[in-house]
Design a binder for this molecule. Structure first.
Ligand code: NAD
Length: 318
């Protein structure tokens, strides 16, 4: 199949590209290296894929560039490009709107115009659409509390509106806290590990009792691949099943690294979710998907990757 991945140089997108190449697909990646984290990191993310003969990269911006050439003969489009997380705030709403709403709408316009008989469009959404307490199944009311959650939900609605009007075969995936190698540098586990490897203080925002339903990146990718053949029009939670508070994560990292964290308490971040824990019975039922990587194993793999990126050996050698 000819697959287009938007956000291909990002954390999850780069793993998805590699998984598609491994299973024999031809892949076109789109990314404009939006600078909320370094372009060098994103270049490294897709370094292996870039050498693959079935991979072609398009450094284009969904907000402004012509998308016809890239999507014209695509069988599947995975739309992962976004302005994610809480790195910016309500004061930078225009960035969230541009990358999560305008970019999505331009992609949908191009799809309906140039590729109306697409096999599948997959929209990467988030547990943040649920709001402070993302605990339950897909019927939980959506009450986002951050610019990210609000604009990602708007993206879902846009996809559904176009799918309805133009009969696009859409699947929406709501990922819950994805972690693992290449995790974005703004994300909590990345920051905690980075600080501990550098013998620096960890800043915990809020009381540290925030709970996350953690999903290892290869499990998120496997769910995304299976979604290609889901019944069109469905929305699925994608969550790894193991929930943990910030304090719990820090003790697990301490145990893996064999040293104590130095902690500093900071103010709570506006829009930070209190509890996320996915009910994934629907995706299990429909697609037979099960998360495979447990939290300790997943954290160890992320730590190994961060150690390697700093020129240190693996945790086993520490
Ligand atoms: P990421 O920032 O690493 O990747 C997103 C990529 O999209 C970036 O490389 C960025 O440069 C690119 N991009 C943004 N706007 C663009 C535009 N206008 N044109 C072209 N490229 C653009 O983020 P990620 O963590 O890999 O997230 C991927 C997707 O998964 C996002 O849609 C995000 O909302 C969703 N998601 C992620 C998580 C998580 O825990 N990481 C959780 C829930 C949902």
């Amino acid at each position: 199949m000819l697959c287009v991945v938007t956000g291909a140089a990002g954390f999850i997108g780069s793993h998805l590209v590699e998984a598609l190449l491994r299973r024999g697909d031809t892949v076109r990646g789109i990314d404009s290296f939006v600078p909320y984290y370094s372009a060098e990191v994103k270049q490294r993310n897709q370094a292996a894929a870039a050498r693959h003969p079935r991979y072609e990269f398009f450094p284009i911006d969904l907000r402004t560039d012509n998308l016809a050439e890239v999507i014209r003969d695509a069988d599947v489009i995975f739309h992962l490009a976004a302005m994610p997380g809480l790195v910016a705030s309500w004061t930078q709403m225009d960035l969230y709107v541009a990358c999560n709403v305008t970019a999505t709408q331009r992609l949908l316009e191009a799809v309906t115009r140039y590729r109306p008989r697409l096999h599948r469009l997959i929209y990467a959404s988030t547990s943040s659409v649920y709001g402070l307490y993302a605990s339950g199944d897909e019927s939980l009311p959506t009450r986002p509390v951050s610019p990210y959650g609000v604009t990602k939900l708007a993206g879902e609605h846009l996809c559904q509106a176009y799918a309805e009007a133009s009969r696009l075969p859409l699947t929406v995936l709501r990922y819950f806290s994805v972690y693992g190698p290449r995790q974005r540098p703004d994300m909590g586990y990345h920051r905690f590990i980075q600080a501990m490897l550098g013998d620096e203080e960890i800043t915990i925002t809020g009381d540290g009792k925030q709970v996350r339903g953690n999903t290892f990146v290869s499990d998120a990718v496997e769910a995304t691949l299976r979604a290609v053949d889901a019944i069109p029009g469905e929305t699925f939670n994608v969550g790894g099943g193991e929930t943990a508070s910030v304090w719990d994560i820090i003790s697990r990292i301490e145990a893996i690294l064999g040293k104590k964290a130095r902690i500093r308490m900071g103010p709570a971040r506006p829009g930070d979710q209190r509890y996320t824990g996915a009910d994934t019975s629907k995706i299990r039922r429909h697609l037979g998907w099960e998360p495979k990587v447990g939290l300790d194993e997943g954290l160890k793999r992320q730590i190994d990757w961060q150690r390697e990126a700093r020129g240190l050996g693996s945790a086993a050698e520490a």
